[in-house]
Each structure stands twice: as structure tokens, then as C-alpha cells.
Design a protein around this ligand. Structure first.
Ligand code: HEC
Length: 298
């Protein structure tokens, strides 16, 4: 047992030593990635707030080197070790994490990771930002890509409209695959198959007739480009009254199932209390009987 424990401990030590020595390899496409927008004071401010809540506990106050004791140590944001990373490498490392460095891709969205990087870069006087070239598509470059959602009542279809803005001109973007989702309490429910935009930049989805909405039949729809390579994450969200009205009580209603103690539905509280009292009552009864037997024995 002792030998196994010692072996186990030394394995952990070796693992942490190895991870401290091996360089953190970033895939080359990530190494070269750049933010699409220039870092602004607003970005740095948002990034600073995110740093405070998510990173400071380990990486300390930038420039003070008051980092937490870990092996390998989390580098101070202003250190050479941190700043020698490319913008893309920082994004990759923050998203993916490694051993004791947590992965943030499910906690902080990609745009906010860029905000954190904007903040980290404010501690490097030599840093000059390079931004990614404007999104190019079929030989055209756009300042901005828009996605809109609307309900085509005569044809009973949900239409997502993808357009690109060039200066004052707005052009439809064809042949891009879009996915449609209905927002649910836990994640999104995909509706139908992905659809490609036509010459007008429109993708139309047949909406299922029996999809439950809230008590007024509202469903929040989310449309999103399948491929994020060309334009990044392009998304549109819009509530539409196209579902079937269902009077399932919302979870945030007072006294909903799965709510905190004080708001539990009365029937659930009652059942719970009856069961608890019943069990304790039986135990108490058995103890009393045992005591009687004991007394009789004496
Ligand atoms: C639980 C502690 C902890 C938290 C919280 C944490 N980190 Fe880390 N971080 C580490 C450790 C430990 C390392 C060193 C990991 C390694 O080299 O294997 C590290 C490494 C890094 C690196 C790579 C540095 C290099 O050597 O290239 C970056 C970038 C980074 N952290 C950024 C962040 C950011 C940004 C946040 C907040 C969003 C954050 N970390 C939150 C512990 C943490």
C-alpha cells in the first residue's frame, strides 16, 4: 500500500515536472490568428473585469508577480513568458488550458477572450497590434456581415437573410450554410437540416407545426453560420410567435419544481415531510419496542 502511494505521488511529481518543462505547443493556424478588430479602451476595460474574476486568483496583479504557488507557476501577465506569445497563441492557451491552467472556452466566449488579450497586452509597452484582414468572400471583402431572421407567413417558413456591408452598399451573400435552432432551457434544439443561402442571401427553413413555445406560443429562434472560418461567428436571435402555446410553468416561477427551498411547490414539500416523518417515526417506534423488550427482560 505504502509503496503504491509513494509510486503514485512520484508519478504526479514527474507529471507536473514534465508538463513544466515541455513547451506548450500551439497549432500553427492558431499561432497566426489575429483579432478582427482593433483593441480599444472599452475592450481593455471589459478584459480587465474578466481578468479580475477569472484569472487574478492564480496569475496575480499584473506587474507584481504575486502569482499563486503552482508547478509550473502561472506567469505574471507582464512577464516575457506571457508576452512572447502571439495573440493567437494566447487565445489558444486561454481557450484550451493545460493541467492546472483551466480551459476557458466554455466559460468565456471567443470575443471576450480577445478582450482579455487586449487587457494583457496593455502591460507590454512594445506591443503593436496587428488585426486580421477583413473577411474575404468570393473576391469581395466586407466591413461587416449581417444576419437577420424573419417569418415568411404566406409560406410558413423562417427565413434567415445573410448580407455583407461594403461602405454604404449592402450585398446578399449566397452559398453559405446556416443552421436554425430553437432556444430551450438547456441548450438549443436544432430545427431541420442546415440550409444554404440562395442568390438573395436567403435560407428558408420549414418550421415544425407542433413545436411547443411558452404560454403565448413564443419561441426564441437562433440562426448561425455553420462555418466560422470565413466570417467568424455570425449569429441572429429573435423571438417569434410561431410555436404552440403550452402552459408548462416556467422554471423561474415562484413555486416551480427544481427551485430553491423557499419556492418549492407545496405538494413536493408535503410529500417530502411525510416521508421524513414516516421514516423517523418508524425508527422511533422500533426503539420504543426494543426498550419495552429490554424492560420485560429485566
Ligand atoms: C487555477 C489557476 C489558474 C487560473 C484561474 C488561470 N490560470 Fe492561466 N495558467 C495557470 C498555470 C498554472 C499556468 C502554467 C501552465 C503550464 O505552463 O502548463 C498558466 C498559463 C497561462 C498562460 C500561458 C502562459 C505561457 O507560458 O505561455 C496564459 C496565456 C494564461 N495562463 C492566461 C490565463 C488567463 C487569461 C486566465 C483567466 C481567464 C487564466 N490564465 C486563469 C493557472 C491559472
Amino acid at each position: 500500500m505504502l509503496i503504491r502511494l509513494t509510486l503514485f505521488c512520484s508519478l504526479i511529481m514527474v507529471a507536473s515536472l514534465v508538463s513544466g518543462q515541455t513547451p506548450w505547443v500551439v497549432p500553427s493556424d492558431w499561432n497566426a490568428k489575429l483579432s478582427r478588430t482593433s483593441f480599444t479602451d472599452q475592450n481593455r476595460k471589459t478584459g480587465g473585469e474578466l481578468y479580475l474574476t477569472n484569472c487574478k486568483s492564480c496569475h496575480g496583479d499584473p506587474g507584481k508577480n504575486n502569482v499563486i504557488l503552482l508547478v509550473p507557476p502561472p506567469p505574471d501577465p507582464s512577464s516575457v513568458q506571457m508576452q512572447q506569445n502571439s495573440d493567437g497563441a494566447l487565445h489558444y492557451k486561454i481557450s484550451e488550458g493545460r493541467v492546472t491552467m483551466p480551459s476557458f472556452k466554455n466559460i468565456v466566449n471567443s470575443a471576450d477572450i480577445w478582450n482579455i488579450i487586449a487587457y494583457l497586452r496593455s502591460f507590454n509597452k512594445e506591443y503593436i497590434q496587428q488585426t486580421a484582414p477583413k473577411p474575404q468572400f468570393a473576391g469581395e471583402s466586407f466591413d461587416k456581415v449581417n444576419l437577420e431572421l424573419f417569418w415568411d407567413a404566406p409560406n410558413k417558413r423562417v427565413v434567415a437573410w445573410l448580407t455583407g456591408v461594403q461602405g454604404s452598399v449592402t450585398k446578399p451573400i449566397p452559398s453559405m450554410e446556416l443552421k436554425l435552432f430553437a432556444k430551450r432551457y438547456f441548450g438549443n434544439l436544432m430545427i431541420g437540416k442546415p440550409v444554404e443561402t440562395n442568390e438573395e442571401g436567403k435560407a428558408s427553413f420549414l418550421f415544425p407545426e407542433n413545436l411547443p413555445g411558452d404560454s403565448t406560443g413564443m419561441v426564441t429562434l437562433v440562426a448561425q453560420l455553420t462555418n466560422e472560418e470565413i466570417f467568424g461567428l455570425v449569429k441572429a436571435e429573435s423571438p417569434m410567435a410561431i410555436g404552440v402555446a403550452s402552459n408548462r410553468p416556467p422554471l423561474n416561477e415562484p413555486r416551480a419544481l427544481w427551485n430553491v427551498g423557499l419556492k418549492t411547490p407545496v405538494w413536493l414539500l408535503f410529500t417530502y415531510l411525510t416521508v421524513v416523518l414516516g421514516v423517523w417515526g418508524s425508527i422511533f417506534f422500533v426503539m420504543l419496542q426494543l426498550r419495552t423488550i429490554f424492560k420485560i427482560g429485566q
